[in-house]
Design a protein around this ligand. Structure first.
Ligand code: B12
Ligand code: SF4
Length: 498
């Protein structure tokens, strides 16, 4: 109704509406891999954005049957920006080479069809290749590394229309180019991450078998192939163990009983791992929850094994990589074959379900080193052995840098996206030429009839060590199996009831 009077109620409403619109942020999880993995980082970011006065909603495409409709529906509203969490650039698997960033880009393009809001990228996959992913996705902003500090800073700058150019870790458009600021890592011990209430973790538990939690960030080791120090930093930053205990207690109250660490390696440093176990025990969770961890073979003392058991850890996935000392040294590991033997005996004594992860095909790998590795695995009898054949190359890793120096074209060890891929964004793998052309059938022959070995070769669907669209796992989770994916596959083979 138009009158000659100013409608103060209407002005109040409009002012309120504009200010609340300015506070609204949409975070998107575009990870379509199945079984779904909960986007832990989005929960951690939510608590900090909320604390800074922003209203966050989540568009979680992890469960969406109709991605386009989900996007259309979520974009009914207007947002200060739309944040996209990019966890996986590809599945890092030699046999499948699924470059899932392409699907994420399609999702971003679809979002752009419905919204003019700025697009902000982040996540571990993003942080391995910040500028390349920005360019590939044509994003407005990106934040490398920890998002808890920088994202609220960016949100505040966008809301107040102030300068964002000095925000740590920020990449942004500058004309036709992108500019990137150095990151500032969070003092994890001084911040609380225990609030977990944006993501529907209970639904993830129902459909994804376990929920992640972090006890630290970063890794100070120098394994030549590994992208974790690139994405998470080369210094280890520890969380307050008590905060981890409180976080797990809160998730248990949401009905979640099975967890997986989201650290690079849980037992580095060992003292912190022990303190985290003690904090979980202090919360009286040891017999109420079951959790799984990624660990390296050293340091792993009997005291740690004992504490992990008491704190509810039932399974461990160890980064073993090889059973040949020369190969371990070339890969940059600190453990040796003797350590692997001691570790296996300790794990058997403490009745852990444990998997040894192998990474075959790195520089210097020959059939002899492969044979030694399989002999060691068979003699130590881990619960499962996960085999990755071919090493995904990443920039800024010692191996990535060395390969770039040697030259990519006509390098007999390289496979995958070799042309026009100098930044290694599309999946490119190192597979030692010494292994010969028929290495896949050779490994299948070595492991034939032994259900402890997971291996993926083209077309293989059972005993597959690729969690990307793993239908066997999806079926098992539907039937009620819970826990780490490899442990579910073990139980499926050994005792086909949940
Ligand atoms: C734990 C883990 C697993 C567990 C998950 C268990 C669970 N329930 O959570 C399991 C074993 C299931 C797993 C499976 C796979 N994984 Co995994 N996994 C990890 C690991 C170690 C932790 C991931 C995590 O949760 N981190 C903790 C959270 C808090 O960190 P974050 O997500 O990075 O979020 C922070 C920042 O990135 C940022 N951020 C996040 N989102 C956003 C969004 C915006 C807008 C902004 C600004 C910031 C931001 O802020 C957050 C807080 O600081 C990472 C390596 C690593 N150290 O991160 C590999 C990693 C992500 N995995 C990887 C891969 C390849 C896979 C698989 C595809 C393997 C396979 N072929 O089967 C599958 C995929 C499964 C799936 N459905 O997605 C690769 C991806 C690399 C790549 N090339 O893309 C990684 C990086 C390991 C590596 N170095 O190779 N994984
Ligand atoms: S493989 Fe493990 S120990 Fe080695 S650098 Fe990566 S995260 Fe660290």
């Amino acid at each position: 109704m138009i009158t000659g009077f100013i409608d103060f109620n209407l002005i109040d409403y409009l002012v309120k509406d504009i200010s609340s619109m300015n506070r609204k942020i949409l975070m998107v999880n575009p990870n379509l891999m199945k079984p779904p993995v909960a986007p832990v980082g989005l929960d951690y970011l939510h608590s900090k954005l909320q604390h800074a006065g922003f209203e966050v909603s989540l568009l979680d495409l992890g469960f969406s049957h109709e991605v386009d409709k989900g996007i259309e529906h979520a974009l009914d509203d207007d947002y200060l920006f739309i944040g996209i969490s990019l966890r996986n650039v590809d599945d890092s698997y030699f046999a499948s080479r699924d470059f899932c960033l392409q699907k994420s880009r399609e999702i971003i393009n679809k979002i752009r069809d419905f919204s003019k809001c700025p697009i902000v990228l982040g996540g571990v996959g993003f942080s391995i290749f910040p500028v390349q992913v920005m360019q590939y996705c044509n994003a407005d902003f990106g934040i490398y590394g920890d998002g808890e500090l920088a994202l609220p800073m960016l949100a505040t700058a966008l809301r107040q229309k102030t300068d964002y150019a000095s925000i740590p870790g920020l990449s942004y458009k500058d004309g036709d180019n992108y500019k990137s600021n150095p990151a500032k890592y969070l003092d994890l011990d001084k911040t609380s991450l225990c609030q977990r209430d944006l993501v529907d973790n209970a639904l993830y538990f129902q459909k994804g078998a376990m929920v992640g939690f972090e006890s630290k960030r970063g890794c100070d080791r120098r394994c030549i192939y590994c992208a974790d120090p690139v994405a998470k930093g080369r210094n280890i930053r520890l969380r307050d163990p008590r905060d981890v205990g409180v976080e797990l207690k809160g998730l248990l109250e949401q009905g979640i009983t099975h967890f997986h660490t989201a650290d690079s390696e849980f037992n580095v440093p060992e003292e912190h791992a022990k303190a985290v176990c003690q904090a979980i025990i202090d919360q009286c969770l040891g017999d109420k929850i079951q959790w799984y961890a990624y660990c390296v073979p050293v340091p792993f003392s009997e005291e740690l094994a004992n504490l992990m058991r008491k704190a509810g850890c039932v399974g461990i996935d160890f980064t073993v990589d090889s059973g040949n000392n020369g190969q371990l040294q070339r890969l940059g590991h600190v453990h040796r074959v003797d350590d692997i033997g001691k570790l296996a005996r300790l794990c058997h004594r403490y009745a852990f379900s444990f998997m040894f992860d192998l990474l075959l095909g790195g520089p210097g790998e020959t059939r002899q080193t492969v044979n030694e590795t399989f002999e060691l695995m068979k003699s130590l009898e881990p619960s499962r052995v996960g085999i990755s054949l071919g090493v995904r190359l990443y920039p800024d890793t010692p191996l990535g840098i060395a390969v770039k120096k040697q030259g990519v074209t006509r390098n007999p060890h390289l496979h995958g996206a070799i042309d026009n891929n100098s930044k290694m964004l599309r999946p490119i793998f190192y597979l030692s030429h010494e292994l010969g052309d028929d290495i896949e059938p050779y490994i299948l022959e070595l492991t034939e009839g032994d259900s402890r070995f997971f291996f993926v070769s083209k077309g293989q669907t059972i005993q597959s060590y690729n969690y990307n669209d793993n239908s066997q796992l999806m079926e098992a989770i539907k039937k009620g199996y819970r826990g780490a994916f490899w442990d579910i596959l073990r139980r499926l083979a050994e005792n086909p009831s949940p």
